[in-house]
Write a protein that binds this ligand. Structure first.
Ligand SMILES: [Zn+2]
Length: 543
């Protein structure tokens, strides 16, 4: 058994005191490994920068010398068997859905940030004891009593959240004997009952389609913040969702966003938490875990999260298409697909998957992945199946027993259910290849009785020159335009004369006047959906 004692003396200092004690059976090297990343964000997080005052003591309270062997691994030599303890302080000063935060209101911890794994001792159960100024109100650990908790392994510990607070709003609903808890920290500016009812309908629809919920209990932990925020992180037994400003949830647009993240995170309870690539099974938090299935993890989940708002009746078809339109528009203004397949972009999240990349370097596993998932769904529907039904097959094959999948074994299952669908052609063009998924969607959306149309608004810079602005500075230049040959990102367009002459000020201090040649084609269309005659495939899709 490994004991973690977590205590907070001065909440406003934001420091968490961590003490880890464990039995060593024989002399040898013991390593303490702090995770370098967390589930749901496939990129290094560098939590070690939040640690100070690391020390080791042996059974007679003597200090034991230690050394760092890498940025997040501390090591010491146990001279003989007995109980050893490690102490350090962790700064909990980052509020988001995957980090930790302590203040005069709450102690909110995602244990993957702040708990080290002990290696060099036999894998064993973990016990957590808390000494906080506020009572623990929510945790996804197993509870022993009000301040003692347990996890069967470090994997479970690292997948757990603790929230201790003076005050929190709690509601629950039940679907097929699964208890769903909803915890709201912060002010609620929306109709809570309507929200819970809508969320319950999404959960019912999902459980109906998958046939089962993977856990007995599930916690939605909402941090409704006074400042702008938008984040969600999945865990097996729950999700944390940070959203702000809380007051903006008065507006339908923001309220729908909150429902969108909630549905997305709930879908992860199956896809990612259980249906997971072998490369992430189990998560190895001490190194990068490379997988080329990022589009399955996040693309399918982004698409399905929204689709279940439609299927559960929360969204009308036109509301669903409004959201999809924004995704199509965003994807259409980036040309990463010309340079990298979605498989390569999945692998590369560790480099720049969550930051703005250099121009047109990569695809976005969320939005490009969602459009690929939609296209896959349409092809499956055309064969009498659907992606929802296919994911139930994936659940049975890879998820229910957590066997994991290889990218090719996932695809082999698609092959098994395909009849008319040219799955190999699709795979080589849009998954391992570099073709535009939007062009393909234009061809196949009529199967659902939906048309994707392009329009131009006579915007000279955008449509004729291929230049997108943010304020007056250039934020994007179409790679096929003549503007690409002379303009720089960040150039300020001071004036456009009636003859089409551009007055440009550059960051290096130079100023230019350009008459840029217009191309024969128009750039950056605006996309819109047209709902046409219903088809049997659409009917099945929306069920
Ligand atoms: Zn996600």
């Amino acid at each position: 058994m490994i004991h973690y004692q977590l205590s907070v003396q001065y909440p406003t200092s934001q420091f968490l005191e961590v003490s880890i004690s464990f039995q060593v059976s024989a002399p040898g090297k013991i390593s303490l490994k702090l995770p370098i990343w967390r589930a749901g964000r496939y990129q290094e997080a560098n939590y070690a920068r939040f640690i100070r005052g690391f020390a080791v003591k042996d059974f007679s309270e003597e200090e034991v010398p230690f050394m760092k062997v890498s940025k997040a691994i501390w090591q010491f030599e146990a001279s003989k068997g007995g109980e050893y303890s490690v102490k350090y302080q962790f700064f909990a000063g980052q509020m988001d859905a995957g980090s930790s935060w302590i203040d005069d209101e709450q102690v909110y911890l995602n244990l993957v940030n702040c708990c080290m794994e002990v290696s060099g001792v036999a894998p064993t159960e973990c016990q957590v004891q808390t000494r906080f100024p506020y009572p623990v109100k929510v945790t996804t650990l197993d509870s022993i009593n009000s301040n003692q908790f347990s996890a069967s392994s470090f994997q479970q510990l690292a997948d757990s959240t603790i929230l201790a607070t003076k005050q929190i709003m709690h509601s629950k609903f039940e679907v097929n004997s699964v208890k769903f808890h909803c915890w709201f920290k912060g002010d609620i500016y929306f109709n809570k009952y309507e929200f819970l009812e809508s969320l319950q309908k999404v959960a019912e629809k999902l459980i109906n389609d998958f046939g089962v919920f993977p856990e007995k209990e599930y916690h939605f932990i909402f941090q409704l913040l006074p400042y702008t925020h938008y984040h969600g992180v999945e865990h097996r037994r729950g999700t944390v969702i940070t959203y702000g400003p809380a007051e903006s949830l008065k507006n339908p647009k923001n309220y729908h966003e909150l429902m969108g993240i909630s549905s997305h995170e709930l879908y992860h309870a199956w896809n990612v938490c259980r249906i997971r690539p072998k490369a992430l099974l189990p998560y190895d938090f001490s190194v990068e875990n490379y997988t080329d299935s990022g589009w399955i993890l996040e693309g399918i989940t982004s698409y399905m999260g929204d689709l279940y708002l439609l299927k559960s009746g929360f969204w009308s078809l036109s509301e669903f298409l409004d959201k999809l339109q924004r995704t199509v528009q965003r994807v259409s203004e980036d040309f990463g697909w010309r340079h990298q397949s979605i498989l390569e972009s999945s692998f590369d999240t560790w480099i720049d998957g969550y930051q703005k990349s250099i121009p047109d370097r990569r695809q976005n596993i969320y939005s490009n992945g969602a459009l690929i998932a939609l296209a896959l769904d349409i092809h499956l529907l055309n064969d009498g199946l659907s992606l929802s039904e296919f994911m139930q097959i994936a659940w049975k094959r890879f998820g229910s027993k957590m066997r994991g999948y290889q990218e090719y074994s996932f695809w082999r299952e698609v092959e098994k259910v395909s009849r008319k669908f040219d799955f190999m052609g699709f795979y080589s063009r849009y998954i391992s290849g570099k073709e535009s998924i939007i062009e393909h969607l234009k061809e196949i959306l009529p199967i659902l009785g939906i048309k994707l149309e392009e329009g131009f608004q006579n915007d000279y810079l955008r449509n004729n020159l291929g230049v997108l602005l943010e304020g007056e500075s250039v934020k994007k230049i179409h790679p096929d335009s003549f503007a690409y040959q002379v303009l720089m990102l960040g150039d300020e367009i001071k004036n456009v004369s009636p003859k089409g002459e551009l007055e440009v000020h550059r960051v290096n201090g130079n100023s230019y006047s350009y008459k840029i040649k217009e191309s024969s084609t128009q750039f950056f269309p605006e996309y819109k959906f047209q709902i046409e005659q219903e088809t049997p495939q659409r009917e099945k899709w929306m069920q």
